[in-house]
Structures are given as structure tokens and as C-alpha cells.
Design a protein around this ligand. Structure first.
Ligand SMILES: Cc1ncc(COP(=O)(O)O)c(C=O)c1O
Length: 427
């Protein structure tokens, strides 16, 4: 295997005079020394470029960034500054967005089990709209309205009955799904009838999201066509076609760009009533390849005839995707950015689980050693946001880099943070 493929790296990645990889004009080895490891390094220009590409392709206020992919104050502000709305799936995500200074009117509330408190919080914040998932939420919105809350602008989440080529855990558009009102069994029409005659909500549109990390254009276009037919039949003002655009994690993968995704959706929505506004909700495609994670190798165990284990100082707590979805990743050594990767090894974390594997069968340059910085690309989505404190491993910091300047936007967790929620024993 040759050097790490360019399409897996952030836009600004390049090899500097020392042979080190730099991102946003910052040498990754220097960043590891300055901020420690593990650390998430995000290319800010790459994040902005993807937001801008999405806005060019779909229009201002039509792209709803799915914050579940990666959320902190800096990311919420960045997406909002670039003209995106923010999809928040819980009260916690809404709180982080509001706390970052994003107005409620730029937020869209999602979730398949919104509590009455979350719905009230969204109404108080005057969110753009609420994507209602089920009849129980409609009951809660009725109850809130009866107690004086304002009328909610709602889109109804529809399950269009489309099965996609992705991991079962991130496939959501098929009939057998916990999400949304089923189109085929009539629930969707029953929900429409109910909201149309309801005094407590304003019915503005319909929504679908068929799954995550989807590469096949035909999956999106099939769902879009079903939704267009339903939207036209209902004459709604708004149609959201979800997110889910896949990204390449390993060298052999190549995903459509946001622009190509928009082109296939435009073709599939050609027959949509001209007055219906189309929204999309990309998460991963905005943030995934903007980041790399820097680790340090702490031990190397050779098992002749079996394999080599390379253990790093993070693992399933900063990147649970390999354990959850069997996701593939690649690795490289930023100190030798252009070196051929000729050695095979299993890259594992420091957690007390045999399953704590980051890369099952990685290729690395020969001569790597304990103490080297090892990086994994495409870790900008569902890594930091899905991370945990398992084994009381502290969460890594998030560093944004741009034009040679590195700024910490989320600090590293400390041991004190780990006990900050403990309540002193009372006798
Ligand atoms: C409703 C909804 N919209 C958008 C997304 C974003 O998906 P992705 O990050 O794959 O684009 C998700 C992901 O789970 C989702 O559930």
C-alpha cells in the first residue's frame, strides 16, 4: 500500500518540508506535542467548504446540519454562520446550539421519543419546525397547547418503505423501523388527517430519512420519488429528504460529492410542486473527512504466524464505530506522511475489551515504534459525538486548525471532570 489516499484527508492536508503531514498549515507532530494525544484535529476551512458546497447546491436555509454527527459550540456557530439550519435530536443538542448563540429559529427538533419537556423547550425557543415522529408526540403537543404553549410548526416524519444498502443499525426508511409514520399501512395518512384538523399544530410538511452512510444514488432517488408523490398529493409547503450521504472511510471507497447528491435529488424531485421548498439534513458528509485523530503508540506485540497488535492511547471511547458497525478505517504516521505502508497490524485501543479494535487489518510504514504518533483519518463524524468515558478514559480535546493557527474548541477532559457529577455521601 502506498501513502494514505488523498481523498481520505482534509482538503488542506499536505506534506511539509520535514516530511510531516500538516493540516490547516499546522504540523500534526507539533500538534500532538502541544495538545497531547488522543486529539481530534479538524480542518476549519474544510468544514466551511462543505457547508458552502451544500448551500450552493440546495440554497440558504435549506440545509439542516445534523448535529448528532459532531456538535460543540464552535461547530454550531460555524454551521449557522455558513447559512445552515441545525437539526437537534434531543433537548441536550438544542441546549448546546442555543448556548452557542444559535437562535432557536435556526433549529429543527427531531427525535423518536421527544419528552414533553423537550417539546416545550423547542416551542419556547421558537424553533423553525418540529419533525413529529409518532402519535404520542401529537398527544403531547395537544397537551402543551391546551396549557398555553404556542402552535407548533410541524413536519411529519414518514417511513417510505425503502430499504437501503448500509448497516442495519443505521437503516431507517424500511417498514420495520422505530422511526416515523408508516406510509404503506396508512399511518402516514392518518397522521396527516389528524394534524390538518388540529388546533394545536400547524402542518407545514413531510420528512423522510432513509439511513446513514448511504452511497447508492438510487436509494435516495427511490425515496425522493415516493415522497414527491405524497407531497404533491397533500400539497404541502415543505419536504425534507433527510441526510445520510455516505463518505469514504477506506482507500477503496469513493462516495458521491454533496453536489452530485444534489443533482440526483434534483432529478428525482423534478415533478414536485414548484411552491414546495426542499430541505436536506446532511451530517457526516459535512464533517467526517474534515478531521483526523492523533494517537500515540504505547505498545507493540508481535505474535509470529498470527499477527501484530499495535495499541494506542485511545480506542472505542473516542471512536465506537468499528465496534458498533464493524466500520473500516485506515492509519498512517504523520511523521512520515509519504512513506509506503507495507506492514500489516491490528490497531487496538487501551480499553479492557478484546473488542476494542480501531482497525482490524491496518497497513503502516515499516519501522514504526512505541512513542510514534499514529493518525486515523475520517474521524470527524460520530466519533467525538458518540464517545464515552468507558474505563474512565478522559475524552480527547477538539482542535480546529486554520491558516497555521490551532485553537482548542473543546478542552481535554480531566480526572476532576470524571468525579464532578458524584454527590458526596450523606450519612
Ligand atoms: C433524521 C436524521 N437526519 C439526518 C441524519 C444525518 O445522517 P448523516 O450523518 O448520515 O448524514 C440522521 C442520522 O441519523 C437522522 O436520523
Amino acid at each position: 500500500m502506498s501513502r494514505i489516499a488523498k481523498h481520505l484527508l482534509p482538503d488542506s492536508a499536505r506534506t511539509n518540508a520535514l516530511g510531516h503531514l500538516e493540516i490547516g498549515g499546522c504540523d500534526l507532530i507539533s500538534l500532538a506535542e502541544k495538545f497531547g494525544t488522543p486529539t481530534f484535529v479538524y480542518d476549519e476551512a474544510h468544514l466551511r467548504a462543505r457547508c458552502q458546497e451544500a448551500v450552493r447546491a440546495f440554497g440558504k436555509q435549506r440545509v439542516v446540519y445534523a448535529t448528532k454527527a459532531f456538535l460543540c459550540g464552535a461547530m454550531a456557530r460555524l454551521a449557522y454562520e455558513e447559512g445552515l439550519l441545525l437539526d437537534v435530536a434531543t433537548g441536550g443538542e438544542l441546549f448546546v446550539a442555543l448556548n452557542a448563540g444559535v437562535p432557536g429559529s435556526a433549529c429543527v427538533l427531531h427525535g423518536n421519543n421527544k419528552s414533553i419537556e423537550e417539546l416545550k423547550m423547542a416551542l419556547d425557543a421558537d424553533v423553525q419546525h418540529i419533525v413529529v415522529d409518532n402519535f404520542d408526540e401529537l398527544d403531547r403537543l395537544d397537551a402543551l397547547h391546551a396549557s398555553g404553549a404556542k402552535r407548533a410548526r410541524v413536519q411529519l416524519r414518514i417511513t417510505p418503505g425503502v430499504a437501503v444498502h448500509t448497516h442495519e443499525f443505521v437503516s431507517t426508511g424500511q417498514d420495520d423501523s422505530k422511526f416515523g409514520f408508516n406510509l404503506r399501512n396508512g399511518d402516514a395518512q392518518r397522521a396527516v388527517d389528524r394534524v390538518r384538523s388540529s388546533a394545536s399544530v400547524e402542518f407545514v410538511g413531510i420528512h423522510c430519512h432513509i439511513g446513514s452512510n448511504v452511497f447508492a444514488a438510487e436509494n435516495f432517488t427511490q425515496a425522493a420519488q415516493i415522497m414527491v408523490d405524497f407531497a404533491n398529493q397533500l400539497g404541502v409547503d415543505e419536504l425534507t429528504l433527510g441526510g445520510g450521504l455516505g463518505v469514504a472511510y477506506i482507500e477503496a471507497e469513493h462516495a458521491p460529492t454533496i453536489t452530485q447528491w444534489a443533482e440526483s435529488l434534483a432529478a428525482a424531485t423534478a415533478k414536485l410542486n414548484k411552491t414546495t421548498k426542499v430541505f436536506v439534513e446532511p451530517g457526516r458528509a459535512i464533517v467526517a473527512s474534515a478531521a483526523v485523530t492523533l494517537y500515540r503508540i504505547g505498545s507493540i506485540k508481535q505474535l509470529p504466524g498470527i499477527r501484530t497488535y499495535v495499541a494506542v492511547d485511545g480506542g472505542m471511547s473516542d471512536n465506537p464505530r468499528p465496534v458498533l458497525y464493524d466500520s473500516g478505517y485506515e492509519a498512517f504516521l504523520p511523521a512520515r506522511a509519504d512513506a509506503d505502508r507495507t506492514e500489516r497490524a491490528r490497531v487496538v485501543g487501551k480499553h479492557c475489551e478484546s473488542g476494542d479494535v480501531l482497525i482490524n487489518d491496518a497497513t503502516l510504514p515499516s519501522g514504526y515504534a512505541v512513542g510514534d504518533v499514529l493518525a486515523t483519518p475520517v474521524t470527524g463524524a460520530y466519533g467525538h459525538s458518540m464517545g464515552s468515558n468507558y474505563n474512565k478514559v478522559t475524552r480527547p480535546p477538539v482542535v480546529f486548525v486554520r491558516d497555521g493557527v490551532a485553537r482548542v474548541v473543546v478542552r481535554r477532559e480531566t480526572y476532576s471532570d470524571l468525579v464532578s457529577l458524584d454527590v458526596a455521601d450523606s450519612v
